[in-house]
Design a binder for this molecule. Structure first.
Ligand SMILES: N[C@@H](CCC(=O)N[C@@H](CS)C(=O)NCC(=O)O)C(=O)O
Length: 339
């Protein structure tokens, strides 16, 4: 009997791609099921039905949410770990993974459902990833359904006429910074991939490899990021090298941490404050430009989890993290109230 885990997802889902790449790199056996696959038809459903969904052999439960699943996989399967040994670097890795999953995904969703060429292409291909054999006639209403539904959800990630320039500028800055990073290391934390790399990769499978507008930007600004994404897809043959030393990682990642502090901090803080006060929308400024969006309860949880990770650090490690974050705009996420 096949006791490999089952993962259900689709090629157009960045979090599915993230997790498939993790499984391949970590040599974890899996069976992959598309959303309409018979393999998962009779399995229990998750409370919130998201892609990807996981079922572990012999456990009668569906699990979602890639970030905790990555940590669970570390406990279940030994070797080829993607969490740096040094708690300081593991914390920074978590922070970058969260930025990829929660901020970079704004760019992914925005470009796909904002520009005509991207909407057109996604409408033609995404339904086929669920039902490859449907005829062109059958496809038409499905394309319309998915386009209408996703465009109507742009507000969820905060994509609108006010925020579009902020999102696009931030994607270009990310491309420059990450392309530059590769002059010093192949992955975020050295010559072996970490959870953050897979988070970035997941979003880039769409931004740098599928949707025409951000893909053209990627080729224009940092073709190396396109090349990197192609490589991270299947790292099953990579012999893991060394993690960067603590100080080298901190110095090397400085521009990326500054970018995360620039864009993600104001949104996380303003979102949490709005949720605390019961407001439905919030406004802030990012790099001098206005930002306005609907509150996003899940991202208030992300902030709580980041803070829990910070509080769990030992005193001496926390001091190193404090010094690393000083002046990046990220310290404000962890400042004690009233400071
Ligand atoms: N935090 C989750 C996010 C997963 C997620 O949002 N998946 C999207 C597809 S990429 C989804 O299933 N959205 C609901 C839908 O499209 O109906 C994770 O890391 O796995």
């Amino acid at each position: 009997m096949d006791d490999s885990l089952i993962i259900r997802g689709a090629p157009g889902s960045p979090y599915t791609r993230k997790m498939l790449a993790v499984l391949r790199y970590r040599h974890i056996p899996y069976r992959f099921a598309l959303p309409n696959s018979k393999l998962t038809a009779d399995l229990p459903k998750a409370k919130v039905e998201l892609l990807p969904t996981f079922w572990f052999h012999g456990e009668n439960e569906a699990v979602v949410d890639s970030t905790p699943i990555i940590r669970d996989l570390e406990d279940r399967y030994g070797g080829r770990s993607i969490i740096p040994d040094d708690p300081v670097l593991a914390f920074l890795d978590y922070l970058i993974e969260d930025y990829a999953d929660e901020w970079l995904t704004k760019a992914m969703f925005h470009y796909r459902w904002w520009y005509a060429a991207d909407i057109e292409q996604a409408g033609l291909v995404l339904p086929r990833w669920r039902e490859l054999n449907c005829t062109d006639e059958e496809l038409k209403p499905r394309s319309k359904f998915i386009r209408d539904r996703q465009i109507s959800r742009l507000y969820v990630v905060g994509s609108n006429a006010t925020t579009a320039p902020v999102i696009e500028e931030s994607y270009r800055r990310f491309l420059r910074i990450f392309g530059e990073h590769m002059n010093r290391a192949s992955f975020c934390f050295g010559e072996r991939p970490a959870a953050s790399d897979f988070g970035l990769y997941g979003q880039l499978t769409q931004l740098a490899m599928f949707d025409p507008t951000p893909m053209a930007e990627t080729f224009r600004v940092a073709p190396r990021v396109h090349a990197w994404t192609g490589i991270v897809d299947d790292l099953s043959g990579l012999e893991p090298g060394e993690w960067l030393s603590r100080q080298t990682a901190i110095d090397t990642l400085r521009p990326l941490l500054e970018e995360i502090g620039r864009v993600y901090t104001p949104v996380l803080l303003a979102n949490a404050a709005a949720i605390d006060s019961g407001a439905e929308t919030f406004e802030t400024a990012i790099a001098g430009l206005p930002w306005k969006q609907q509150t996003f309860p899940y991202q208030a949880k992300c902030l709580q989890w980041l803070r829990q990770g910070y509080v769990r650090l030992e005193g001496a490690e926390r001091a190193v993290v404090d010094a690393a974050l000083e002046g990046t705009g990220l310290s404000a996420l962890f400042a004690k109230p009233g400071r």
